[in-house]
Ligand binder design. Sequence first.
Ligand code: C2E
Ligand code: CA
Ligand code: CA
Ligand code: CA
Length: 279
Amino acid sequence: AKESGRNNFQFYTAAMNERLLERLRIESDLRNALERNEFVLHYQPQIDLETGRTVGMEALIRWQHPSLGMIPPLRFIGLAEETGLIVPIGEWVLRTACAQAAAWQRAGLGPLRVGVNLSARQFAQHDLVNVIAGTLQETGLAPHLLELELTESLVMTDVDRAIGLLGELKALGVQLSLDDFGTGHSSLSYLKRLPIDALKIDQSFVRDITLTPDDAAIVASIISLAHNLRRHVIAEGVETHEQLIYLQNHGCNEMQGYYFSKPVPPDVFERLLRQDTRT
Ligand code: C2E
Ligand code: CA
Ligand code: CA
Ligand code: CA
């Protein structure tokens, strides 16, 4: 028993070392990933539930690591936040997504709104509004086609600052949405004070709408709350036809999820769009 205990200990140590080494490696590699052009954006369509048409897309980052392969955002965004690298990475995402949406617009495939996720660090930058205004100008994207996705925690950390900043962003003409809605701590009394255009219902509620009456009730309530406050609603993580029907019946405006498409590279997304315009 003693013997195997020691072996287990050695086993765990080796596994922990490996994980630690991978983390250190990712951290140092992350510093060079931008200049080495290793990031790519995938796009996930957002479908209008009334017309069935693609009206927008969310830009989602991936890291094409030379030896580790495609790394999903949840494995490096936290680290990028901690190191501050998220700021230049986020600016790259913003520029690339806006340029892409403008190009699809020029190609006659638009108008398509593009959603870009903002991190806490970016939101704390004093020049955020200038960066966004500059990016719109540089890429030629119409401001109303850019949607900035903010999380509740990001906005609720300092509500008064957020209200001022969101007002400045609205003055640029961009759209604002509250991401992962329902999972954070947004107080409903703040919601009416925030110049937010849309709520994105978190996928954890959408997942069980056809199984759990409580989740169905929550989703229906969020939709009617949002509509009463004249906000738009996007459901995330829609994977089944039953979920789609429920959302449609409850007047949800848009949906995004694997049922329609996973996030895909730009060339694949463009093919989806060309099919869409033909029908
Ligand atoms: P998010 O903003 O909530 O993005 C939605 C996530 O749900 C994406 O994961 C997407 O692939 C996934 N998803 C979409 N439809 C479905 C579905 O039907 N079922 C399931 N199970 N999942 C679905 P992804 O691409 O791995 O991104 C994870 C998170 O990483 C994002 O969550 C966002 O918080 C963050 N992220 C991604 N790109 C960026 C970025 O450019 N900047 C920042 N700051 N964060 C980003
Ligand atoms: Ca998002
Ligand atoms: Ca989300
Ligand atoms: Ca999320």
